[in-house]
Design a protein around this ligand. Sequence first.
Ligand code: TSX
Ligand code: MN
Length: 602
Amino acid sequence: MAQIVDSFGSPVTIKNAQVASWVAEMVALTKPDHVVLCDGSEAEKQRLTEIAVAAGVLIPLDQQKLPGCYLHRSNPNDVARVENLTFICTPTKAEAGSTNNWMAPDEAYAKLAKLFDGAHTGRTMYVVPYVMGPIGSSLSKVGVEVTDSVYVVLNMRIMTRMGRQALDMLGESNDFNRGLHSVLDCNPDRRFICHFPQDNTIWSVGSGYGGNVLLGKKCLALRVGSYLGKKEGWLAEHMLILGVESPEGEMTYVAAAFPSACGKTNFAMMIPPKRFKGWKIWTVGDDIAWMRVGDDGRLYAINPEAGYFGVAPGTSYKSNPNAMKTVLKDTIFTNVALTADGDVWWEGKDGEVPDELTDWQGRPWKKGSTEKAAHPNARFTAPASNNPVKSKFADDPEGVPISAIIFGGRRATTIPLVMQAFNWTNGVFMGATLGSETTAAATGKVGVVRRDPMAMLPFCGYDMGEYFAHWLEMQSEIAYPPKVFLVNWFRQKDGKFLWPGFGENMRVLKWVVDRARLRVGGQETPFGWVPKAGDLDLSGLDISSEQVDAATSIDLDEWRLELESQGEFFEATGPTMPRALKLQRELLLARIESMHGKWSVG
Ligand code: TSX
Ligand code: MN
């Protein structure tokens, strides 16, 4: 077997016997020319960056303007997660549930072992130990990913606590996630992302794209994590975490789940408008929350990640100034456009569209072209430490106490600006029925609503009905459950957005915080509590009261249709769908019927 070395070629040993024997097993399978154990040092980063640049994997950007920043262009056939090639490999199909692709573990191991056989020959296998979560947290998990991609290593270095600290934390324990990855020949016909939750194992082959290959993120922190959460009594969620600080210095922490294209990263880094002088938003995380019940009976959350893997298009000083400042150094850009002077560009960036660019595929591009210069799913990988509003508790092993959970979707109709659930069960119902529309809705045409419960549909590693049941069961463990809310920044009338969104969402967030702290009014409706006139602080907001009324209104006929659509989804979930949630829907329907159309808010 190839001698294990560090990135400079000096021999090293892996002290943990379990890790060493598993790596040896993977080496025997993939047959690399070289095996490099990553230690996470600065020197290693420089060495690997040189290797990546020499191989054309990374293109240096203007190092004066963007120090430590590089551009990567992926294979054009490999630009996004591949849900149809993502499998949950549990002993029975029922455990994976109706919303996941399933393969029997033996079959999956056999099928992928054929692809992995000799996959690293002629290449270097990088052994990447990493921690998801703050060092020293009881919630944190160790993983080891072996990969033939130096791009993966450099991204993992930003997104996780990578290197020596992970093996130190693991000690002699056998409790680590086993991640095997090869880009192979990047052929979609030989591309599979397989999760073996019972073995704490992930095998990913045939892709080099973020979500498929940075195994700590969606694969471990969400799919395997949600399975472990059910087993161990905690929650692995597709949620941002933010802290709201009042002018008096009072901190309130909120976790929020939104399906894609709802501006999760923007919300996590939001800057309050002028009217909210002295208020501050602090980012704990922008994508994933791991939550456990603390000794004091409250729900505590950590962000398992150490960086942001954000969508670049649409990110600007207007939509998210803090994200723009975060990507000014030590950032890897993937599939963005390149300017002649070594800067990056994407659709929706501030300022004039450049006359000429190199597009995401490396082709010349001219202003006015019908093709996009950056890929719509182009990304930045940036260290959280670059974020000017990173919470000082983001690395706290204890996590932050969550006072409110917000679910949100992109809905042109039906869902009002904000509603508070009556109780935990009703809140789980709001999460379980979460829906979002395809972004064609920008034209004013109502898009198709896709159910994306808790924004976890592509990320739950087991049966959805069982997952809802776990949420419901959590109530008996949490003495002080967070208050639950549903929001919608995307309500429309005549093809126009009714709510200004972005920083103005602070007005909604303030109501959420005040409700969680039991100090602001509300109006009871059949669907939840909503702000009554005067509860939402709208001072200094340049929109008409009619527009606010339209954004917050509730229409019984629209809701009747909504509940029908929710019913179809509940049916599709199958026999594990909890009775408590079916009854929530029935009760709501019965309430609407008893009103005979005679009802309005306020
Ligand atoms: O991220 C968004 N948020 C959350 C911000 C904290 N976006 C961007 C789209 C998702 C990637 C939004 N888009 C939001 C929002 O709250 N709201 C909208 C809809 C909207 C779009 C443009 C305007 C207003 C609302 N423009 C003007 O009012 C000028
Ligand atoms: Mn996400």
